[in-house]
Write a protein that binds this ligand. Structure first.
Ligand SMILES: [Fe+2]
Ligand SMILES: [Fe+2]
Length: 438
């Protein structure tokens, strides 16, 4: 399915694309102005919907309005803007099939997009689960049958369970525009588990530069940063799948989801650094060859949950007790910071069906190798290896954000980490992070 996206507000664009891609197998074409939009529309006759974000530029929306009133081909357009001054001007004259979204939240755009395209929001109503075709190129056999979709309810098996297949076969499908293949829903998690294992062994043997050349297929606010960091698409997609299965686990814990949803809605540093932490901590684990499904899940869920008891993003920006920012805080805020990892630990301990170790990773995420951390002031040799990966990854993410999310800052960040963490159980993860980002 092709979606043409016009807009140049990076945050909004990446969040909406991320939300839509997490639910629908889609290909996005991005344009930034009306002329590019018209050209793309003419070149791609199979576009199913255009999503248009015109938050800032009043001239552009007036030109756009004029264009669609005079040249509209009846294909659906979803227009959204938070600019209240534009609303009445624009809505009145727009033809039907041009949908105006007043809420402009990423979730509402996804729902409206699905409604327009006529796709049910209930994934479980189909027995087949979409997986991007390119992922099948990374391996040459999978643990379940693979299908191609021929029509609304028509799927045909193209690869049998554990059958060997050729990359060429997948490339042919991709060339024909078949960018999505399917596995049965009940096979999906087994597929992900197996794929992750294979990836771990590939990472150990394959030339890293080859992996880095692999095409990036996913764009979202987080994927733009992982791209900037130089993580390969195979690593990113494997972690994407881990995140999907983690969300299934978290779905069984309403009391945690409440916090996660709140973070997600606010979309600020608290949410974004937790998202990036998933990718950084899992990338380090994969680089260390700790690629088991359960390790990746533990790190991912701990990333999502580690700061859920903080409400103020300013407080989340304070990572250590000797931070200068402490001087300007009230005693109440200082108490919140000092207690937040233990509070999260207690919340998680009450949860059902979470893999073990998550609560201790969360409790220890501000411990430091020299004993200066909190809440327990542990030293390098008393912190578990998995917690060491997590602590190192969190410190890296924190500094990376503070330095503006630029790859060029990685070297100096890692030099600082090297001075601080080359002790005890931190040594191996430190090697891992160097291999990942230097
Ligand atoms: Fe954090
Ligand atoms: Fe924290």
């Amino acid at each position: 399915m092709k979606i043409l996206f016009l807009g140049n507000t990076l945050d909004i664009k990446t969040e909406i694309v991320y939300e839509i891609k997490s639910e629908l197998a889609t290909e996005f074409i991005y344009v930034e102005n009306l002329d590019e939009w018209i050209r793309s529309k003419e070149e791609n006759t199979d576009i199913e919907i255009c999503i248009i974000n015109v938050d800032k530029d009043k001239d552009q929306i007036l030109r756009f309005e004029e264009y669609i009133i005079n040249n509209w081909d009846e294909s659906p357009i979803l227009l959204y803007s938070k600019n209240t001054n534009l609303k009445e001007d624009c809505i009145l004259n727009l033809p039907p099939n041009v949908y105006y979204n007043r809420d402009a939240s990423p979730r509402s755009i996804v729902s409206k997009t699905k409604e327009i395209i006529g796709i049910s929001s209930n994934r479980s109503s189909t027995n087949y689960y979409p997986i991007r075709s390119i992922r099948f190129k990374a391996v040459n056999s999978v643990v379940c049958d693979v299908y191609i979709k021929l029509g609304d309810n028509k799927f045909v098996k193209i690869i049998g369970k554990n059958d060997l297949y050729d990359n060429e076969q997948i490339q042919k499908y991709i060339k024909k525009g078949i960018t999505t293949l399917y596995v049965l829903q009940e096979d999906y998690f087994e597929f992900c588990r197996h794929y992750s294992k294979l990836l771990g062994s590939m990472l150990a043997t394959q030339n890293k530069t080859n992996l880095l050349k692999t095409e990036y297929t996913s764009i979202s606010f987080i994927h733009e940063i992982t791209n900037e960091l130089g993580l390969s698409s195979i690593v990113v997609e494997t972690i994407d799948d881990t995140v999907n299965s983690c969300m299934c686990i978290l779905n069984e814990n309403d009391h945690l989801l409440k916090f996660v949803d709140k973070l997600k809605k606010e979309g600020n540093y608290l949410y974004k650094h937790s998202q990036l932490l998933i990718y950084v901590s899992c990338a380090i684990a994969l680089e260390m060859n700790w690629s088991s499904d359960s390790t990746l899940k533990k790190l991912s869920i701990a990333s999502i949950l580690h700061d859920i008891t903080l409400e103020n993003e300013e407080l989340a920006l304070i990572d250590e007790l000797n931070d200068d920012k402490f001087d300007d805080l009230s005693w109440r805020d200082i108490k919140t910071i000092k207690n937040h990892s233990l509070d999260a630990f207690n919340l998680i301990a009450k949860s059902n069906n979470l893999p073990p170790d998550i609560e201790s990773i969360v409790r220890d995420h501000h411990e430091r190798p020299d004993g200066s951390g909190f809440p327990r002031g542990l030293f390098a040799t008393n912190i578990s290896p998995l917690s060491c990966i997590f602590i190192l990854a969190e410190d890296f993410v924190h500094q990376f954000y503070e330095a503006g999310c630029k790859k060029s800052t990685c070297k100096s960040i890692i030099e600082r980490l090297d001075k601080k963490y080359s002790k005890g159980n931190f040594r191996k993860p430190l090697e891992g992070i160097k291999k990942c980002f230097l």
